[in-house]
Design a protein around this ligand. Sequence first.
Ligand code: 5GP
Length: 184
Amino acid sequence: MNRAKLLVLAGPTAVGKGTVAAHIVQHHPEIVLSVSATTRKPRPGEENGVAYYFLTEDEFDGLVASGQMLEYAVVHGKHRYGTPRGPVEAAMNDGHPVLLEIDIQGARQVKSAMPEAVSVFLAPPSWDELVRRLQGRGTEGEEEMARRLATAEIELASQGEFDHVIVNEDVARCAEAVVELMKS
Ligand code: 5GP
């Protein structure tokens, strides 16, 4: 069987990457969404191994040292997040397209390690709309929101590095545009 595609979906905080990714796997069960590892603590309702693999700093160090991370980065200046390599390789070799929902630093690393990967930047319709979505989510305090918006400003400036830019105005339409790129 042919090795399937790897698509990296990146974009600023609260742009809706998680919602788009969830929509994709719900409607296209053949697509595998990579479960990332992180050193941040779980939010209420987040299950280990589903939302993320929640690791200690030492456990994360171990995966990095043994070369088991396809990419990893400190995101929003605080916690580390990374993509375990094994499940991604296994799914692709089994013919399943793989979706990575990661930050921009990670997207750059994946592109340089695997130039054949397709990179997509999910952009908000406007800056004001991005702020509104972050505030509306209500999961971060003032300080964390300010940190995330500072990162978002830098991230928005990097969209030209991506193979494709998709504006997230409508989740379903956006998801189908991404799926199209994974299968073409
Ligand atoms: P959150 O803490 O809100 O779940 O995620 C924060 C940020 O971490 C998001 O922008 C998300 O894209 C990014 N992220 C999640 N998993 C990974 C990963 O495996 N690698 C990288 N580089 N970033 C990730």
